[in-house]
Design a protein around this ligand. Structure first.
Ligand code: F6P
Length: 513
């Protein structure tokens, strides 16, 4: 089918003809399609709320020609694959009410989905980030349930699905990403049964006891079960999802598989759930960490801070799930106790701006900035500052320089799907030095077992762990870092996407035979 015909077919219309050749689970490597060509269709498509680039104003750091890299781990993980693939990426470009035609940026074909100011308010800030986000992160903040938000979530999911329906070639593979688009798999299945559909949830999936609060819990599970394969960060997330499918839809789950039935009661496909822990672009970080100018920049950062014995570093989106308040509390008490001094140690906290119009995020910013002001007011001297607080996002080169400058990395998330910052820090430490303090509630704790694991709610425990990291002997640090580096170096993001896509393909082949 040509794109012109596809344009007229929406996800609510009659299904297109079924695939005769069987879907492909791998991106085509030998031809190049350009999304701006009339009639262009793609054999492989990624769909996520954000596209890899985001609108910015020229005065913001990292902004080039009105674009900068989008925030978050999702883009960090998927962009490397998409630059090597002849596929297209469907997403929102971050500016409300702006209509853009398909274009190419950084070697990736991009198909923008337009969101109005009201869509951003109800679908993105509302249902995605004030209902689902807190609900899926252990209700650290209370989720809000509003029917108008849900209606817009459905409407916007449909818009994303329509964009795929329009641009997906017959039998294409479509990989839908994250909690903002959980209804898209089923919408695609209904409109285009020829597609092979994967879904990956970048954030945790809550236990059924918490998920139960969601008034639209059945529709969400049903939406996800439209996929052939639903991927999660941890096996506990996959287990939670399948338990919810059983409890709320009465699905019969065997070996993490559900036979999904259509309206006529016949099985349409088998949906599987499985863990695929996400990773980072190891090659890029390792290469940057060995560049002379970045090594020099790291030294400069240390000099700028007065060459303290220890630099501690936190790097997070300014989000209440990241445990920034707990980290600051522990650090403040260590200063009070005299275990660390501003002469000997310095904490750098990079807090990149995030979801600033959502109430909980506004409150968090006020609280974090108030606490930083209080700590600095109490402990700073003319020469030294206790906490360097940077409310910016930085280009990856500067991040790697920070990783190289820091002796101790603090990842104190209260709940986190994975936390790629932890993996980036370890990868950047090519000399096998430095220490990682890592929350057991971050998905990365499943793989980085040689980190100093701790419970961030236990402030005394967190303080002790920070001091263990500060005082760690080089031999122990090297032993731990070597083991963690081995884990990440052999499990990079290319392997993550290849594993997911081959698992997706494997199932399709088995079903077809
Ligand atoms: O990985 C979680 C996630 O919400 C992504 O889906 C998202 O792109 C990223 O964090 C950053 O959040 P936001 O897109 O809301 O700025």
């Amino acid at each position: 089918m040509q794109a012109t015909e596809r344009a007229e077919q929406s996800a609510e219309q009659e299904p297109a003809q079924t695939a005769d050749g069987g879907p492909h689970a791998e991106p085509a490597a030998d031809k190049h399609t350009d999304a701006s060509e009339p009639g262009a269709t793609f054999d492989f498509m990624v769909v996520s709320n954000r596209m890899p680039v985001d609108r910015c104003s020229p005065d913001e750091p990292g902004c080039e020609d009105g674009w900068r890299r989008s925030p978050g781990g999702l883009v960090t993980a998927l962009a490397p694959m998409m630059t090597k693939t002849d596929g297209a990426w469907v997403g929102w470009h971050g500016a409300p009410d702006e209509h853009l035609e398909p274009f190419s940026h950084g070697g990736i074909d991009l198909i923008p989905v337009q969101l109005s100011t009201r869509d951003v308010e109800l679908y993105y800030e509302g249902f995605s980030n004030a209902t689902l986000w807190p609900l899926y992160h252990d209700v650290i903040a209370p989720p809000e349930f509003h029917r108008a938000w849900w209606d817009t979530y459905r409407k916007v999911n449909k818009r994303f699905a329509d964009a795929v329906v329009r641009y997906a070639a017959q039998g294409a593979t479509v990989w839908v990403q994250d909690y903002q688009l959980q209804l898209v798999p089923k919408m695609l299945r209904e409109a285009r049964p020829d597609l092979t559909i994967g879904f990956f949830n970048h954030i945790p999936f809550p236990p059924p006891e918490i998920f139960a609060q969601l008034p639209w819990r059945r529709a969400i599970i049903d939406g996800l079960l439209g996929a052939d394969l639903v991927g999660f960060q941890r096996s506990s997330d996959a287990g939670n999802f399948m338990r919810s499918a059983r409890r709320f839809l009465g699905a019969s789950v065997k070996q993490q598989q559900v036979h999904v039935k259509g309206a006529d009661g016949e099985t349409t496909h088998i949906a599987r759930a499985q863990a695929f822990p996400i990773s980072i672009d190891v090659k890029q970080i390792s290469e940057l960490a060995q560049r002379p100018e970045i090594i020099e920049r790291a030294k400069q950062i240390r000099r700028d801070l007065g060459n303290p014995k220890t630099i501690l570093l936190g790097v997070d989106r300014l989000d209440y799930t990241k445990g920034i308040r707990h980290r600051l509390k522990a650090y403040e008490e260590l200063l009070e106790d005299g275990k660390v001094t501003v002469e000997d140690a310095s904490l750098i906290q990079v807090a990149s701006p995030s979801r600033e119009r959502v109430e909980q995020y506004r409150l968090l910013r006020e609280e974090v900035e108030g606490t930083v002001g209080h700590i600095n007011g109490t402990f700073d001297t003319m020469q030294n500052t206790a906490v360097r607080y940077l409310h910016h996002s930085y280009p990856i080169e500067e991040m790697v320089a920070l990783y190289l400058a820091a002796d101790v990395m603090l990842v104190t998330a209260l709940r986190d799907g994975m936390n790629l910052v932890a993996k980036e820090y370890v990868t950047a430490r090519t000399n096998n030095d430095g220490a990682l303090v890592l929350s057991e509630f971050a998905g990365a704790a499943d793989q980085l077992k040689q980190a100093l694991l701790m419970n961030p709610h236990d402030i005394d425990g967190l303080k002790d762990t920070i001091m263990r990291a500060v005082n760690m002997q080089p031999a122990e640090a090297a032993r731990r870092m070597r083991a963690m580096r081995k884990q990440i170096l052999t499990n990079d993001v290319d392997l993550w996407s290849a594993d997911f896509l081959s698992a997706l393909k494997e199932k399709v082949v088995r079903d077809d035979s």
